[in-house]
Write a protein that binds this ligand. Structure first.
Ligand code: NAD
Length: 496
């Protein structure tokens, strides 16, 4: 049985190991590897290695750091398919989708290639006689990145390139469900010229996370995962004096106005509802249909769903399995609960015949209509291929529904009315908004993040926020060769 271990000091961890967890191929249901789970000693060794490497990396010139970014960019671009295969084998998403996630991660590496420009400070000459002021942004030291199972390459790439380019050493704690993508990328970073110790991959569960959150040498934590854990990470990390950004769960609504192009809206609902088997934080899980379009929209969504194939992600199917048997059973439980609560089950994915091993973690695309806001399928983040249609009487009612939701990650409006779209953009309380775009994931040079229970902290991922998060500002006031200084003066310095 293959063993996946930590990547510390530019090599596989050779020290003692304790607990481990099974890693599955979700399309076959088989255990394909065991991943080591770090205890406190391994966390200590990982952070010590990163601390040792951080100082020299910080002193490496911007040119040297940038060259590593460019070299890694080339490697990642050339080997997208290799990484995608690793993702599919442990996560289950179909290969084309896995390539898509690598491509979106690559955009952040390309953004980080511009770090010299992004780290430029300001300069004011002559603020007082002979006095100049300039500002710089400096790295924090050792930072931790803790990522979820659903994007084993893209989410680490939201943070790692920006943190490294800014001069930090990173300890990455990937999800224990699909840990191999992080290790493969760490090898590629080494090949790109990143000095050993500057990037560490630490495998583990709550114990490893707690070790990072309380370690005095970890200066900042970027977390992505479910809302309860995000809240815990934010509270624990900040209580230990760290800078924390913790991105949580979601329940994304798509509001369809009566004037929308219904074919476009139906395509979008299916793509955003069932892509990656609904295991995306930007997946659409609630379609809010402004009547009278509900019946027609549901019919067009159902017609498209009938053509979807579910199966092994390596076989060219549209949708793969869920990540674990437990998660599949949990999602199936939501479908049972929706039926029991009286929602109309339009398409039932529970009996799906998958193109793959019968032991895989299968559940087919499922559609509910006439869902009400008190039902668990509406209230909870399901994180599976279950789409709920809620009917409303008008724009105001639809907007109120979106804004009443505790989450605020992504949302979309489908309409041909520019005035309505503009109003929605202004009034909706959500961090990322699509207008006739169902999954409005910002480009790397903007920042990614939700509002309310979808993000704890005040900075979003990558873009300007990312550079800000991984650096701290310093302002320098200098006076040179000023023979005309005023001598002793205990008054507060002012600049005339
Ligand atoms: P998760 O919260 O179970 O795990 C995330 C990370 O936290 C993992 O590395 C895991 O090992 C660790 N962890 C799990 N339980 C912990 C605990 N009790 N204490 C400390 N650490 C713990 O999330 P997941 O199931 O891996 O990922 C799916 C969730 O992530 C969904 O809720 C999804 O919406 C969310 N997500 C959000 C975004 C976003 O940008 N907002 C992006 C991707 C995923």
């Amino acid at each position: 049985m293959r063993r996946i271990t930590h990547w510390i000091d530019g090599d596989e961890w050779q020290g003692p190991t304790g607990r481990s967890a099974p890693v599955h191929d979700p399309a076959t249901g088989q255990v394909t590897a065991h991943v080591d789970l770090a205890d406190d000693d391994v966390v200590g060794a990982a952070v010590a290695s990163a601390s040792k490497a951080a100082d020299a990396w910080r002193r490496a010139s911007l040119t040297q750091r940038t060259r590593v970014m460019f070299a890694f960019r080339q490697i990642l671009d050339a080997r997208k398919d290799e990484l995608a295969a690793v993702i599919t084998a442990e996560h289950g998403k179909v290969l084309s989708d896995a390539v898509g996630e690598v491509t979106r991660g690559l955009e952040v590496v390309e953004f980080a290639c511009g770090i010299p420009h992004l780290l430029k400070g300001g300069h004011s000459e002559g603020v007082s006689t002979g006095v100049d002021v300039h500002s710089v942004r400096q790295p924090l030291g050792v930072v931790a990145v803790i990522s979820p199972f659903n994007f084993p390459a893209m989410v680490p790439l939201w943070f790692v390139p920006v943190a490294l380019a800014a001069g930090n050493a990173v300890v990455l704690k990937p999800s224990e469900k699909d840990p191999s993508a992080s290790v493969l990328m760490a090898r590629w970073w080494q090949e790109a010229g990143l000095p050993d110790g500057v990037l560490t991959v630490l495998h583990g569960d709550k114990q490893a996370v707690d070790g990072l959150l309380t370690h005095p040498d970890v200066r900042a934590v970027s977390f992505v995962g479910s809302t309860p854990v995000a809240r815990y990470v934010y509270e624990t990390g900040t209580a230990h004096g760290k800078r924390v950004q913790a991105l949580g769960g979601a329940k994304n609504h798509m509001l369809v106005l009566p004037d929308a192009d219904l074919d476009l809206a139906a395509d979008a609902a299916v793509n955003a509802g069932f892509g990656s088997a609904g295991e995306r934080c930007m997946a659409i899980s609630a379609v809010v249909a402004v009547d009278p379009v509900g019946d027609e929209l549901v019919a067009r969504i159902a017609e498209r769903m009938a053509r979807l194939t579910t199966g092994d992600g390596r076989r060219g199917c549209d949708m793969g399995p869920l990540v674990t048997a437990e998660h599949r059973d949990r999602v199936r439980g939501f479908v049972d609960a929706g039926v029991a609560a009286g929602a109309r089950l339009v398409v039932d994915g529970r009996g799906v015949v998958a193109d793959g091993d019968p032991r895989g973690f299968w559940l087919g695309p499922t559609l509910f209509d006439h869902v009400s806001t008190d039902m668990s399928i509406y209230r909870e983040e399901i994180f599976g291929p279950v789409l709920s249609v809620v009917r409303v009487g008008g724009y105001e009612e639809g907007l109120a529904l979106v804004n009443a939701n505790p989450y605020g990650n992504g949302t979309a409006i489908f309409t041909n009315d520019g005035g309505a779209a503009r109003r929605f953009e202004y009034e909706v309380e959500v961090g990322m908004v699509g207008i006739n775009v169902p999954i409005p994931v910002p480009m790397a040079y903007y920042s990614f993040g939700g509002w309310k229970s979808s993000l704890f902290g005040d900075t979003h991922a990558h873009g300007a926020d990312g550079v800000h998060f991984f650096t701290r500002g310093k302002v320098v006031t200098s006076r040179w060769l000023d023979p005309g200084h005023a001598g002793v003066d205990l008054g507060f310095p002012t600049h005339d």
